[in-house]
Design a protein around this ligand. Structure first.
Ligand code: NAD
Ligand code: DAU
Length: 341
């Protein structure tokens, strides 16, 4: 019997993980603890809303009293921390919340885990390694070299997790995932943004030359890796989780447009993201040695995701009409107008 507190469980990866874990482990209870920022959405969890083993608490991971109360109330034995501000472009516009949640919030959860004697797992990212030159793939022991406020907030979280393992012997593990795609990803991230724009015949704003390299990974593959590390990972260790195969953004865009039957005329090359990491690449030998393999190639992941957005307009259309519009204008207004001149 496990009572797992999934912080950030109403977001993209967290909600996919909750659905996956409730299905796989009939004896587990899941307590989603989520602030419900613009990115948190209880509609992601509709499928499990009536499951008596699923519970929801609205709360901030920076709020130690509510974290403590929730752990006691549900007899929590494990925390999996997905909660974070996650969009690199927003971290460039306004870094404050990234530091609050990624650094202070992670510290609050680690203190709570120490005080209550809990198992702790941190969801991290390949972005902590920074830009990776061609010909090399990051291994888990590499120096952390984050280059955006988002990546720096995540790297800080990893360092705190490691410090709690070394100093207090807290039973921790970390997974560092590559670019996840799939159902319920907020349409500010490139694949859902481009899929939903393409469906509406709107331009696709590709930053710079679009030759940046990413490992687009299907979200459920990532969930399986987290599950494996939670149950079989060596305490104190980090595990990279990616496809091991990189793809240029332009290739991703072409696959996406072809899947949706849309014209490449929608592509616009716009002013680049400041400090844009040109390439991430993960060596995934360590997680493979634990018994994990990705089930989807990047191409399959892009195609499957594009089709999900095509079939689930009910989910993303209302998101794109709210707060999103102001953000879109701020991030893309000038960039797109400059391509018309
Ligand atoms: P997301 O933005 O979709 O969801 C984040 C969730 O965290 C939201 O539900 C939000 O309400 C919640 N949240 C934010 N601040 C909070 C706070 N202070 N207290 C409680 N809840 C809070 O993010 P995602 O893409 O699902 O990412 C989840 C985790 O995985 C993050 O830690 C992210 O850094 C990491 N990650 C993401 C990717 C990716 O490609 N999306 C890849 C690797 C790692
Ligand atoms: O690598 C893992 C990371 O992947 C996660 O830790 C982050 O939380 C997640 O947001 C994601 O970060 P990226 O910055 O890589 O994802 P994003 O979808 O924003 O961008 C992917 C690539 O596409 C990147 O090279 C930038 C480019 N891009 C993005 C947007 C939003 C564009 O060309 N145009 C765009 O409009």
């Amino acid at each position: 019997m496990k009572n797992i507190m999934v912080t950030g469980g109403a977001g993209f990866i967290g909600s996919n993980f909750v659905i996956y874990i409730l299905e796989k482990y009939p004896e587990y209870d899941i307590i989603v603890y989520d602030k419900l920022t613009y990115a948190g959405n209880l509609e992601n969890l509709l499928e499990v809303a009536d499951d008596p083993r699923y519970h929801f608490v609205q709360g901030d991971i920076c709020d130690a009293a509510t974290v403590d109360e929730t752990i006691t109330r549900f007899s929590i034995d494990t925390i999996i921390n997905f909660a974070a501000e996650t969009h690199v472009d927003r971290s460039i516009l306004a870094p404050d919340a990234f530091i609050q949640t990624g650094v202070y919030g992670t510290y609050v959860l680690l203190e709570a885990a120490k005080n209550h004697g809990l198992r702790y797992h941190q969801i991290s990212t390949d972005e902590v390694y920074g830009h990776i030159p061609a010909g090399y793939s990051s291994v888990e022991t590499d120096k952390l070299d984050p280059r955006s406020p988002y990546a720096a907030s995540k790297a800080s979280g990893d360092l705190l997790v490691n410090a709690y393992f070394i100093t207090y012997g807290l039973p921790v593990t970390i997974t560092r995932g590559s670019n996840n795609i799939g159902p319920f990803q907020y349409p500010e991230k490139v694949v859902p943004l481009f899929a939903s724009n393409a469906i509406d015949g709107l331009p696709l704003p590709v930053y710079g030359d679009g030759q940046q390299m990413r490992e687009y990974q299907y979200v459920v593959d990532h969930c399986e890796a987290i599950d494996l590390v939670l149950h079989k990972g060596v305490l104190g260790e980090a595990y990279n989780v990616g496809t091991g195969v990189e793809m240029a953004n332009m290739t991703m865009v072409e696959i996406l447009l072809d899947t949706l039957g849309k014209s490449r005329d929608l592509i616009r090359h716009v002013a680049d993201r400041p400090g844009h990491d040109r390439r991430y690449s993960l060596n995934v030998d360590k997680i493979k040695a634990l018994g994990w393999e990705p089930r989807h190639s990047s191409e399959e992941a892009v195609r499957k995701t594009a089709v999900w957005y095509q079939q689930n307009e009910w989910w993303w259309r209302k998101i794109k009409s709210g707060e999103f519009k102001a953000y879109y204008e701020k991030q893309y207004g000038e960039r797109l107008r400059a391509t018309e001149a």
